[in-house]
Each structure stands twice: as structure tokens, then as C-alpha cells.
Design a protein around this ligand. Structure first.
Ligand code: PLP
Length: 390
């Protein structure tokens, strides 16, 4: 017998659950792409994207995923041979560094293992660069593999007077954890549609400050990736470098309305924080009695709001069990120290307490079914967080 019938729960950190409303908004025939209605809708979406990021500066939309946004931003920021300092906290920072190196950027890595970046080490490195050879400081706000969350204002403060641009990959954090691009002094921000933005994969965005724009075009700035026409938007096709992804624009409009106008950004951040704490409480309880179940990131302030990485002996078997028996798909232990004994639980985007408590309950059942030792009281602990989230 399987208990997996019913609505599947896909608790992987992207693509995140797609709200029915967003899917319905996209479910339509293509309208006239030269008509005024679509142009106005697109402008509205661009304005909402700026609200989401906390900026009055510029945003350039692209058809593509997060990897496309990495290339889009790099193509506008660097000449081949320019030096970038990237602070890595796991798989995504490392793979971003490889993309930059493949584009001809001289990449210097400050490696923090699977822990969040340390502002003191950044400050120390920049003090040793009085001639300002480093053009950009780059990091993931949340590295989705390690689930480490960086303190972006602390990074900006650590940069002091150094003129490098601050470039933040917020693909796994925008719409989940606080981001105030202008207030925090972020020059370039990167996100994609399929995580906190609650849309299907397929579009991505690069927000950029006036200081970043003022650098102008480089030899890497090919016509498709050039952010200037996309941000200036004097015609609909210019925003998207050709035919707009019409159905995606409708989906984005619906999702951004849900986040910004209905639930509200502060409430969205608070919901993610509470759901994350419920997961951490369960893991702490499972970890009682030397079970080996634990959160690799000890400091709660350094943990992601959108995804939790967990070390669990037998994680691979547990993942198979929850999917086969209960319809719950957990994230793989991507980039973990011991991937076979690690997994990730996403609580990202369109996610509520029932989904998180259901996922934790199914994990508890799997631990029991597979005879994986675990402490008791995990569900009570999670329920207590949900009962008193503040
Ligand atoms: C998902 C993710 C990426 C890659 O995005 P794709 O859409 O898979 O190309 C990059 N960085 C972070 C932090 C991510 O979470």
C-alpha cells in the first residue's frame, strides 16, 4: 500500500510550489504583443519587481533561469581580465565563480565552506587592495545548497570606502528573506522567477544601481545580454530582447500582486521566518540523544529562511521513502559534506504551515519506518512554533 495519492508535496528548493492562481493567470492565448494593454501590464510588472527588491533604480528582465541571470549581469559588469572577489558558502557560489571564470573574469574566491561569509575576512581582503583592482564583491544572500544566509548590510559595511560594486545573488532569497537593495547599498541584484517569486521557471531579473549603470558597455556586452535597452524599455520588445514571454508576464503580475499587495512583503518575510523556525525546532528534537541528525549551521541568524539543510544518517533512503509512500519529495543533499546522509527541506514561496507540518510529519514517519534513530517530540516542537510564531 502507498499513501502517496493526493496533492503531491514538492519540498525542493526550486522550482517552488506554483499557486493555482499563478498557473491560471498564465493559462491563456497570446494577445497582440503590439497592443497597449500588454505594454502597460509589463510596465506594471517592472514597477512591482522594483518594489520587491526595494529599489528605485533599474531592472532588466530576461528569458532564462538563474544561470542566465549570472551571465546577464557579468556581461554588463566586466571586461575580460577584470578581477572579481566572490565569497562562497557552498555549491551555488562555487558554480557562479566557474561561470564568471569561463567568461574571462579573473575570479578570486574567499571560501567559507558551508557557512555564511564573514564580514571581517572581507574587510581584511579589501584593505589589502588599495589600488582597487577588485571591481566587484559577489555573494549569494542564501546559498541554496548549504542553506547559509549572509548578512548583506554587514558585507556592505565591511566594504568601507572600497569602490567595488556589491553584487548579490538573491535567487533563493528574494520574496523570502528581507532585501532592501537601495537602503543596503546593493549595486546589482539577481533573481529568477521560480523560487520566492512563485512562478514557473523561465524568466530572470537583474536589478542594477546608477553606479553600476554608469560603467557603460564592455566588450562582453553582447546585444542580447545588454541591460540598457531592457531597463530603459522604450518598447515592449526591447524589455525582453524580442518577443516577450507573454504568459510569464501574466504569471508574474499575479504572483507579485499576491506577495506585495495582498499578503504584503513584511508578512511574507515573517511567514518564511516562522516556517523555517518550525523546521529547525523539529530537527533539534530529532537530534536529541546523539542520533546524528542536526543542522550544520549552528547560528540561527545565519540560516536561510527559504530552505533548511539537514544532516540525517540514511537521508537518501528517507527521501526515497517519503516520495514513494507519502507523496513528499525532499531536496537532495546537494554539495553537503556527506551528500548521502544529507537532505534539504524547502519552505520557499507558496508554502504554508500545513505543508511544513505535513512534510515534517511524513519525515517522522519515514524515520520510524526505516529504523533511523531520532529524538522524540519533533512535531510537538514544530507545532509550538506555529502556535506562537513571534
Ligand atoms: C537556484 C539557484 C541558482 C541557479 O538557478 P537556475 O534557475 O537553476 O539556473 C543560482 N543561485 C542560487 C542561489 C539558486 O538558488
Amino acid at each position: 500500500m502507498s499513501l502517496a495519492a493526493g496533492h503531491p508535496v514538492i519540498a525542493i528548493p526550486g522550482p517552488s510550489p506554483l499557486p493555482d492562481r499563478v498557473a491560471r493567470a498564465a493559462h491563456r492565448a497570446s494577445p497582440d504583443i503590439y497592443g497597449e494593454d500588454l505594454a502597460l501590464l509589463n510596465q506594471q510588472v517592472m514597477a512591482q519587481l522594483k518594489r520587491l527588491a526595494g529599489t528605485t533604480a533599474h531592472v532588466a528582465p530576461y528569458i532564462g533561469n538563474g544561470h542566465a541571470a549570472w551571465e546577464a549581469s557579468a556581461a554588463n559588469l566586466f571586461e575580460p581580465g577584470d578581477r572579481a572577489l566572490i565569497l562562497t558558502s557552498g555549491h551555488f557560489g562555487q558554480s557562479w565563480a566557474q561561470t564568471l571564470a569561463a567568461m574571462g573574469v579573473v575570479v578570486e574566491v574567499l571560501d567559507f565552506g558551508l557557512q555564511p561569509a564573514d564580514p571581517d575576512r572581507l574587510a581584511e581582503r579589501l584593505r589589502a587592495d588599495p589600488e582597487a583592482s577588485i571591481k566587484a564583491v559577489m555573494l549569494c544572500q542564501i546559498d541554496t545548497a548549504s542553506a547559509a544566509m549572509a548578512d548583506i548590510p554587514a558585507m556592505r559595511a565591511a566594504m568601507g570606502d572600497h569602490p567595488a560594486l556589491l553584487v548579490v545573488d538573491a535567487i533563493a532569497s528574494l520574496g523570502c528573506a528581507p532585501m532592501m537593495m537601495d537602503d543596503w547599498g546593493v549595486d546589482v541584484l539577481i533573481a529568477a522567477s521560480q523560487k520566492g517569486l512563485m512562478c514557473m521557471p523561465g524568466t530572470c531579473f537583474v536589478w542594477f544601481s546608477e553606479k553600476a549603470r554608469a560603467r557603460g558597455r564592455t566588450t562582453l556586452t553582447s546585444p542580447y545580454w545588454d541591460w540598457h535597452p531592457r531597463a530603459e524599455g522604450d518598447a515592449l520588445w526591447r524589455y525582453w530582447g524580442g518577443t516577450p514571454p507573454v504568459q510569464h508576464v501574466f504569471a508574474l503580475d499575479e504572483a507579485l500582486r499576491m506577495i506585495l499587495d495582498e499578503e504584503g512583503l513584511f508578512a511574507v518575510w515573517a511567514r518564511h521566518a516562522a516556517l523555517a523556525r518550525a523546521v529547525w525546532a523539529a530537527v533539534d528534537a530529532w537530534g536529541e540523544g546523539d542520533s546524528g541528525i542536526r543542522l550544520p549551521i549552528r547560528d540561527p541568524a545565519a540560516r536561510a529562511a527559504s530552505v533548511t539543510a539537514i544532516a540525517i544518517p540514511g537521508a537518501e533512503a528517507l527521501r526515497s521513502w517519503t516520495a514513494a509512500h507519502c507523496g513528499v519529495t525532499l531536496g537532495i543533499g546537494l554539495g553537503a559534506t556527506d551528500p548521502a546522509n544529507a537532505l534539504r527541506v524547502a519552505h520557499m514561496g507558496h508554502c504554508n504551515a500545513a505543508m511544513v507540518l505535513g512534510t515534517l510529519g511524513v519525515m517522522e514517519a519515514g524515520l520510524t519506518a526505516l529504523g533511523i534513530p531520532h529524538g522524540k517530540g519533533a512535531l510537538e516542537a514544530a507545532a509550538r512554533v506555529i502556535a506562537e510564531p513571534a
